[in-house]
Write a protein of this length. Structure first.
Length: 173
């Protein structure tokens, strides 16, 4: 929120200085143009005889138009990955399986009880390890999905901004 207010305040100050007089207009216009281009990761070049003040005005108008048409705000923080429910019961299932295996092996050497205890401990450790791996994979998948969604939203916004600037006789790459 702090970054957003700083940006909006800077743009308002820039526009006020643009209206105040020609001595400041070129520097402020360049600042507005550079800031938006840097934020969006695009390059804007006039195709006609537009000066920097006209380009700044058109850039701000297209930025606002793209926000309105897409419903996206590039100044907003990117969406975070949603919390994934961690798998449960891995230790218990692993212990039960290990105890059964251990009891079977212990029966062969006439000590099923000790075999079951050793098998349960080993099975619990194996189950816990599998549970942690599954949780890590689920978390990584959720983060990747969030990153993909954020990239798609940014591309959508940039297409809307570029279309508006193209309609106003600018080249946007």
């Amino acid at each position: 929120m702090k970054n957003r207010l700083g940006f909006v305040g800077g743009v308002c100050l820039g526009m006020a200085l643009l209206l105040a007089g020609p001595a400041w207009s070129d520097d402020v216009s360049d600042s507005v143009n550079n800031r938006i281009q840097k934020e969006l990761g695009v390059f804007v070049y006039p195709k006609g005889d537009q000066d920097s003040a006209k380009q700044a005005s058109d850039t701000l108008a297209c930025y606002d138009s793209a926000k309105e048409r897409t419903g996206l705000d590039p100044e907003a923080p990117p969406a975070q990955a949603q919390a994934v429910e961690k798998p449960r019961g891995g230790m218990v299932r692993g212990a039960a399986r290990g105890a059964a295996r251990g009891a079977a092996l212990g029966a062969i050497v006439d000590d099923a009880g000790d075999g079951a205890a050793v098998g349960a401990a080993a099975g619990a450790m194996r189950g816990r390890r599998g549970q942690k791996q599954a949780a890590a994979q689920a978390e990584q998948s959720a983060e990747q999905a969030a990153a993909t969604a954020n990239t798609e939203k940014q591309e959508t916004f940039n297409r809307a901004f570029g279309a508006c600037m193209d309609a106003r006789n600018y080249s946007v790459q």
